[in-house]
Design a binder for this molecule. Sequence first.
Ligand SMILES: [Zn+2]
Length: 591
Amino acid sequence: MAFAHRAWAVVCFILVVAARVDARSLRRPSPIGARRTTLLDDEFDVDSFDVDSKSKAVATRSILRDVSSGEWSKWRYRSNDELAAVLDDLHAGPCAGISKLTSIGTSAGGVAMRAMEISTSPGLEQAKPGIMLVGNMHGDEPVGRELIVRFARLLCIAHGGERSGHGDLDSASKKLVDEAASIVDGARVFLVPTINPDGFKNKRRNNGNSKDLNRDFPDQFNDPSLPDGFDERQPETAAIMRYSQSVNATAALNFHEGALVANYPYDAISGTNRQAGYAKSPDDVAFKRLAKIYAKAHPSMATPANKEFPEGVTNGARWYPLWGGMQDWHYIKTQTMDVTVEVNEWKWPEASQLSSLWSEHAPAIVSYVHAVTRKSLTGKVLDSVDGKTPVASAQLSVAGIDVPFIASSLGYYARFLAPGTHEVTASAPGYYSQTRSVNVDAESGGTLTISLRRLEDETPDTGKVQNFSKQKPSRVVETKKPVVNSAVDTNDPNYDPEKGGIVWNRGEPDEWVDDGTTTLDVANARIVYAPTPEGYVQPWGQGPDIGFLDAIVVALIVIGVCIWRWRKRRKARLAALREGVQLSNVKVTND
Ligand SMILES: [Zn+2]
């Protein structure tokens, strides 16, 4: 009995320890955070990436002067009404035919917030990367408003001039014009000059409800599921969340003020001490490359003159962590690679500074947007039946980067990656997954079209199904209803009367399916599974397996017995105390 008691004590001890460990793990940040955030002591140096430094704004004044001629030579902060009017002017003037204006919502103070798309077929789904520019999220940081409308004008003038020629522009200007024209042809550009018109009007950081919009987004630690919950958000936040999800851009820029740096995710960091530290995202290398493309195309951002950030870039959380920002939300929710640019060391600079701010940032904006347009990995996921039908909403993932992304309704995808060879896997319900290797060139990016084969297109002529074992179906059997194997060919040499089906790969270990339970329904040319004793199919990867349920039942029984024995001992102790007997003499466990 003494041995039994010790054995029970050991079991109870293990359970208690396990429960404590489990409780600790429950207090950890969300699985998303735990999975996606790793802290590093040092930034990985990406100087080796070839960024063309010729695009620096040394001699680009010619085209920038074109953009800033006439009415545009007056450097001032436009009021909200003037901002709306200038968008109308662009839409009717230089951007006619390649722009679309929409209202994305209304601010807390009732001001309509507008967005302009610039592309060759505005408003239509296209097989092109999307790039979004957002300005003036903080009301007292207004430079982005002006940068965005002038960038729109630059794109439209460059695109118009592409056909008429640009005459005697200097070489730097020609490069800028070529890249800008190439952006209009090759991308969809979504411009939102202000998402805080009330803050701008009041010259205050926060919106009309005194809320900081860049702390108002769901974040990976406080709202791990990143719910839309638009009603719980500020109207400006909800508006940009809806718009972002509708355009599903490949990359974004959002403009702030108070430093001179390109800041990339993550902004938020796990842990409760809220101390600054590097919060590495799965796309850390690509993010650094993007941020450096911006910084190096700016004349002073990535130079020793920038004392705080001599490289011109920083990881957000390494600078200072923040939670609820747009940058992290964009990346995690819509897989949009968003870089926050702090355009000037002090906020709301004199209007007379706008001219030089524009000439410094224009080449950087063009370089960034052009890089996403022309240097991304792009391609389509198509149905192999005809090689043309898009597989809408196919999921793609890149090996080593734990952030899958979704193809558009055209089957199109675009992803900005580090140069090199990548393994890309496409999968979709009803299709076999496929993994392909592709090289992404530093200058020209890469293209990869993946044709997926439908599960029901499999028409093996015999029961030999080796073909199946080489490809993992993205979804095998959806139903949990019993599978009737009535169509199985009982003359097949692999027919197993006990299983009621043809045993697939019997005797050959397979990495993704349990041989003993898998059969092939030849007549219907699809994989089925032998019924379990309960009469239900146990498809691979679906539902808890029997072993797991068994473990839970055993654990519950053990816990129950522990409690029962503890209560019994306690009762005996109390009884002994009541009788005035020395506790040490009571052999309560030997009952
Ligand atoms: Zn700001």
